[in-house]
Design a protein around this ligand. Structure first.
Ligand SMILES: [Fe+2]
Length: 269
């Protein structure tokens, strides 16, 4: 069939982006009245924070379950490593430490995420992560977006997170469909290639990264504010990782988190 646009052209990308937006728009999810204000914040800022959403006792239960999972030697999904970034992870944490499902089955969290994206938005992956190596930097310390499609993340802090304990920062409002995004998103579309099951391939290059001065210019031009998310143990936030965000270097202590990624029908990585 004659194609009206070339594969991998900007038009090809725009058609796919439009198609994705229509799919989401056609599958709305009704959000209960009591959560509407949070949904408004998420729509406006690309992020909503809940101070101490989980109690210290609940967080301790999560941590105990994760420690028990780590001790099970046959557990292949426990990956303590990734030394160059100073990060250790336990993958599939919702499976290997079932207490943590309290997060991913929480009705408000699910309702907000589906209401924000689509009724077809699903949990894609979960992991536990700890940072203990003071002063170790990583690629994600640079401003970046994760995808041009939704990749909505739930983060729960399992330790107090101060300015010095590797808080995440989010550039509020930068998730919106503003003009500056199109060229970097197109580049992402060209370079972050995955296979039909959304697995990495040789064509998958990390994309969507910005130099500090580029991020500063975008903030200035579009009047965005960068928010550093600090909080007590049990603090939870939901954010749209299409927004510019970055991790920060651990300057003291340690930082432990649980996270889950939600995407449209399991789309993306
Ligand atoms: Fe990211």
């Amino acid at each position: 069939m004659l194609s009206l646009y070339a594969k991998d052209s900007m038009v090809d990308f725009l058609v796919q982006k439009l198609d994705y937006k229509i799919r989401c728009a056609l599958t709305p999810f009704p959000v209960a009245k009591e959560y509407k204000a949070h949904l408004d914040t998420l729509n406006r800022d690309g992020c909503v924070v809940f101070e101490e959403y989980f109690s210290p006792e609940q967080v301790d239960e999560f941590l105990e379950d994760i420690e028990a999972a780590k001790k099970r030697q046959d557990l292949t999904r426990v990956a303590n490593g990734h030394i160059d970034t100073g990060i250790s992870r336990v993958y599939d944490v919702a499976d290997v430490a079932p207490m943590t499902r309290k997060i991913f089955e929480d009705p408000m969290i699910l309702s907000l995420i589906k209401g924000y994206c689509s009724s077809k938005c699903e949990l894609l992956k979960t992991f536990y992560e700890e940072k203990r190596e003071v002063g170790t930097s990583s690629q994600s310390n640079h401003h970046h977006f994760d995808d041009w499609r939704h990749r909505i993340k739930v983060w729960v802090y399992l330790t107090d997170v101060t300015e010095n304990q590797a808080p995440t920062t989010i550039t509020l409002g930068s998730h919106k469909n503003h003009l500056w995004r199109y060229w970097p998103e197109y580049n992402y579309f060209l370079h972050f290639r995955t296979d039909e099951n959304n697995r990495y391939t040789e064509m998958t290059d990390y994309s969507g990264m910005f130099w500090p001065h580029e991020a500063a210019t975008i903030r200035k031009l579009w009047k965005y504010k960068e928010k550093t998310i600090t909080g007590k143990k049990g603090t939870m936030f939901i954010f749209d990782s299409r927004a510019l965000h970055r991790s920060t270097v651990l300057k003291e202590g340690e930082r432990k988190i649980i996270t889950g990624y939600y995407t449209y029908k399991g789309l993306g990585l």
